[in-house]
Design a protein. Structure first.
Length: 358
């Protein structure tokens, strides 16, 4: 059976160009769509797209949900995203010259999953997040003797104080740090922010011992190395060959990281060094929201935290990162409706102050 269809390839190229130029989709999104369409082609034996029909749609949906011949079943979310991507492709194709009379638009609806399957694909158990105390413990356990170790600690401290996405942090430059205003300005012209948004993040007041980790690193780059605003905040590690030791990594390369993988490695080493389970850098965003729950006194304050994370709506913050830990959930529910005496109020205030590091 053929594994290539020249006409299909031409159509796919046109669609990829449409996604990039008209829909302004990222390269990662385009690659994901291309993978989904390829899955459909493989299922149909690379049949011409112009011969698309409802039986193909129904069969592909069933194949993804319960593949045959011992192949591994895809996850629910992958099934849903694949079907949606292929469905959108055929909707686009159905209005293209040469295909308007060929594509049965009613057949496109047969890619839909049931409401039950959609709920299964879009729901997942909550993932644990580190507490602020665990983050502080991990940071305190990180070594700080070499220049690379100082850089790694600065990365960890920055994520604690902002909840910045790891890919954005990896692309930051010195000019994005405003020490006087205690801010990180994520400028989408050079920072890899989600949806290319400008995000101005105020640093959380976690204490001078944490702030100094980041600020001393910034001052080292600016004052001792004489680096400028467009130089990387977190430069790559420099590899060299030592005549006696062989390959050595012990210096900085004046170039930003191309992706967030180095930050994930930093987090793995930090948590392992502190004897803690590994949490991804992205889970720190949940930690920041939990910190907001403990410290915010008004809706306006929580809105400020939401903006700090780059969210236009507080609903996004609550729905994506606002999961209350089970222990805290139980505490809130068990104590709901109870009036606190003065001693209990004082204890609660002291507990919150201790949790916030004040």
């Amino acid at each position: 059976m053929d594994k290539f269809n020249a006409e299909n390839e031409r159509v796919k190229r046109d669609y990829a160009e449409f996604l990039r130029e008209a829909d302004q989709k990222s390269e990662a999104t385009v690659r994901g769509v291309e993978k989904a369409i390829l899955r459909f082609e493989e299922f149909t034996g690379y049949c011409d797209f112009g011969r698309f029909n409802r039986e193909q749609a129904k069969g592909f949906r069933a194949f993804l949900s319960a593949p045959v011949d011992g192949s591994k079943r895809l996850g629910n979310s992958t099934v849903l995203s694949t079907l949606k991507a292929v469905q959108r492709f055929f909707r686009w194709l159905s209005v293209q010259p040469g295909f308007k009379s060929k594509i049965d638009t009613n057949a496109i609806a047969y890619f839909n999953l049931s409401e039950k399957d959609i709920r299964a694909a879009t729901s997942s158990p909550s993932k644990p997040s580190p507490t602020m105390d665990q983050l502080k413990r991990a940071l305190a356990s990180m070594p700080s003797d070499t220049v690379l170790e100082k850089r790694d600690r600065a990365v960890f401290a920055l994520l604690m104080m902002t909840g910045i996405r790891d890919n954005a942090a990896a692309s930051l430059r010195l000019g994005h740090v405003d020490i006087d205003r205690q801010m990180i300005v994520q400028d989408p012209k050079t920072v890899r922010t989600k949806n290319s948004k400008l995000i101005e993040s105020v640093l959380l007041p976690l204490g001078p011992e944490i702030e100094s980790v980041l600020f001393s690193w910034v001052n080292y780059l600016r004052d001792e190395l004489r680096w400028q605003s467009d130089d990387p905040l977190f430069p790559q590690s420099k590899h060299r060959i030592d005549p006696e030791k062989g390959p050595v990594v012990d210096d900085l390369k004046r170039q930003v990281w191309s992706n967030s993988q180095p930050i994930r490695q930093i987090f793995k080493r930090a948590f392992a060094g502190a004897g803690l389970p590994y949490f991804t850098p992205h889970r720190v965003r949940n930690t920041v929201v939990e910190y907001a729950y403990l410290t915010c006194r008004t809706p306006e304050e929580f809105k400020a935290f939401s903006q700090n994370l780059g969210h236009e709506s507080v609903v996004t913050t609550l729905s994506s990162y606002g999961q209350i830990p089970l222990a805290r959930q139980r505490e809130l529910i068990r104590n709901s409706g109870k009036s606190l005496g003065i001693d209990e109020k004082i204890e609660l205030i002291l507990a919150r102050l201790g949790a916030s590091g004040d």
